[in-house]
Design a binder for this molecule. Structure first.
Ligand SMILES: [Zn+2]
Length: 271
């Protein structure tokens, strides 16, 4: 699914096209993807509102408006395409947002699990999230405090959006490999040196993803309709059966707590 780097790429690419613009007509193909308000009210209330700033928190896109905010989440793939008037229709377009310069945003979502909210205050939707993983608020001290004494394995904690927002399965496995830590290690068993390594590895894995404009193992595409490049440059994710880039042992995939989990089995490499 789109994680922080994919959503960050989307926001960076869309920003110059949408900030300062106003919404025009909105078309909803799948009403249940409008989570708030009711779809009829949504298409009535959004046109005319202008976009003052485009932001991101974790995997959520936030259009700050002259009043209120439009919040969007892609969930399991797809993308937010920016299109010119008269461009060819795009398969799986579920919502279409006209802009006042005639261009349009297409919310493309093959599995229809994504959605949008028009709210007075974005905190209504994203208030339950922990700090964004690339925000200054995600400090080592904060992270260490959240892991301390926990008997839970480290992987599900990294995926817990209430602890840190933006990390999903791909970047979690990559960060744990970078840090040399096994996904099932109990969080409270990590030394402070290991917690420091993991914090740095989370940032490094996500920054690499942003630099490569995201991962497109799934249907994710950026606003121009192109795939990312990170899927060709992972260390362990979807590289089971191939040599570990660090030690040469064969990368394994296991199912851990319902998630496909990739790691190097050599204890000298990931322990
Ligand atoms: Zn290895």
């Amino acid at each position: 699914m789109p994680e922080l780097p994919e959503v960050e790429t989307t926001v960076r690419d869309l920003r110059p096209h949408v900030e300062g613009r106003a919404f025009a007509a909105v078309h909803v193909e799948i009403p249940r993807m409008v989570h708030a308000p009711a779809p009829a009210e949504f298409v009535r209330a959004l046109p005319g509102r202008s976009i003052t700033m485009l932001q991101r928190h974790g995997k959520f896109i936030i259009f700050q408006l002259d009043h209120g905010a439009l919040v969007a989440h892609l969930m399991m793939g797809g993308g937010f395409l920016w299109k010119q008037p008269g461009d060819e229709p795009t398969t799986y377009t579920r919502l279409t947002f006209g802009l006042d310069d005639g261009t349009e945003l297409r919310f493309v979502n093959p599995r229809t699990l994504g959605g949008v909210w028009l709210v007075d205050e974005p905190g209504t939707v994203v208030g339950h999230l922990g700090p964004d993983a690339l925000d200054a608020a995600f400090t080592l001290a904060y992270f260490a405090g959240k892991l301390s004494g926990r008997s839970a394995p480290i992987k599900p904690l990294l995926l817990d959006q209430g602890l840190v927002a933006g990390v999903g399965n791909i970047y979690c496995d990559e960060a744990l490999w970078l840090a040399g830590l096994r996904p099932e290690r109990k969080a409270g068993s990590l030394t402070s040196e290991e917690v420091g390594r993991l914090h740095a590895a989370v940032l490094e894995a996500l920054q690499k993803g942003v630099r490569l404009r995201g991962t497109s193992f799934d249907t994710y595409v950026n606003p121009g309709g192109d795939k990312g490049e990170h899927q060709d440059q992972t260390n362990v994710f979807r590289r089971e059966g191939k040599p570990c880039p660090r030690c040469g042992a064969i990368v394994q995939k296991i199912w851990f707590r319902g998630r496909g989990t990739h790691f190097c089995p050599n204890p000298a490499c990931q322990a």
